[in-house]
Design a protein around this ligand. Structure first.
Ligand code: DAH
Length: 346
């Protein structure tokens, strides 16, 4: 009879739970305490026939041990309960909570890639100020006094000079200012790339922004030729856009280079066949470039008889847009996580 009762209690304890302090206390009172059911059964032992007492005693001990083990488990579980007080064991069948990692900004990804490629070709990285004087941004780069790029429509001026001497302070309109600063302080050979932020007084649209990024490149040494420029940029295009990429140079004009060329790369979306990204020409423009004008070398104290150099400048936004098929510049600055998350693991 007592054995039936033990069985009953065993399964009762097996099926019991203590999800909070109250339930734990109820469990303790019923099974552990001196006034509980198990103590009662022990008290009843003496009413049992001598021959059976030993066997029943063992059963009761099993029951008591189970109750104690369960009590300890419940106590431990409650101690580890989470903020909601829930002690439910971890449900391994639940889908994992997504771990939202941050992502690197696409402009940073592309800038790092550009730096990596040029570093492998022996270029180092230089930086210069974003607030600049007219000299470094324009005059030293051979811009004529009346060059249209100096006009208010392009340049954010911080202060305008009053007298004859042009000492305007402005936000740099390109990273070419760093060329001048570098040549001024370092004797050739110079082989450097200069990433940075530039500013132009433009209305913000899908295709233009008043703040954007460029990477400038400069190589000055004895016997640097136009062929070096072509080879360097050809290698860059293949590394950046794929092995099959080709480049083409179109004659152009910049005050600080002579001759100057615009560099196009075969459209890597359509592989040169023609698509809406390349406006069905098969080519996309990626950089301006040229041989450093002797006037610029001289302005920086470098003997233009002894040294020659090439320079180039490219827009990071443009290359990023081409690489990822992004069609609106504003996405780069709006910090919309739906856009940024697409570059996780890129
Ligand atoms: N500074 C030019 C711009 O902002 C880009 C450029 C063109 C840089 C030719 C150069 C160069 O160094 O050689 O449009």
């Amino acid at each position: 009879m007592i054995t039936e009762r033990v069985k009953e209690l065993l399964s009762e304890i097996e099926g019991s739970q203590a999800r909070n302090k109250e339930e734990l206390e109820a469990f303790r009172l019923r099974y552990i305490s001196k006034k509980g059911v198990i103590t009662d059964l022990f008290d009843n032992l003496k009413t049992i026939a001598q021959e059976e007492r030993r066997a029943v005693g063992q059963e009761l001990n099993t029951l008591k041990n189970l109750a104690q083990t369960r009590f300890q488990e419940f106590t431990a579980l409650l101690e580890n309960a989470d903020d909601t007080g829930s002690t439910d064991l971890i449900d391994l069948t639940l889908p994992v909570v997504p771990n939202l990692n941050g992502s690197i900004h696409p402009l940073t990804i592309v800038r790092q890639k550009i730096i990596e490629i040029f570093e492998r070709m022996g270029f180092n990285v230089s930086y210069g100020p974003e607030i600049e004087t007219d000299w470094y941004n324009f005059s030293a780069l051979n811009f004529a006094d009346n060059h249209p790029a100096r006009e208010m429509q392009d340049t954010f001026f911080i202060s305008k000079s009053k007298g004859e001497v042009k000492d305007d302070v402005l936000l740099r309109t390109h990273t070419s200012n760093v060329q001048v600063r570098l040549m001024e302080r370092q004797k050739p050979p110079i082989r450097s790339i200069m990433p940075g932020r530039v500013f132009r007084n433009e209305a913000i649209s899908a295709r233009a922004h008043c703040v954007f990024h460029q990477v400038e490149g400069l190589y000055v040494d004895k016997n640097v030729s136009f062929k070096d420029l072509k080879d360097t940029l050809y290698h860059f295009a293949k590394e950046m856009f794929g092995k099959e990429s080709k480049i083409r140079l179109r004659p152009s004009y910049f005050p600080f280079t002579e001759p100057s060329a615009e560099i196009d790369v075969t459209c890597f979306i359509c592989k040169g066949k023609g698509c809406n990204i390349c406006k069905y020409s098969g080519w996309v423009e990626i950089a301006g470039s040229g041989m450093v004008d002797p006037n610029v070398l001289e302005n920086c104290g470098i003997d233009s008889e002894e040294y020659t150099g090439f320079a180039f400048g490219m827009g990071i936004e443009r290359i990023t847009m081409l690489r990822y098929g992004i069609n609106d510049l504003r996405l780069f600055t709006e910090n919309d996580v739906r856009f940024l998350r697409q570059f996780e693991g890129a």
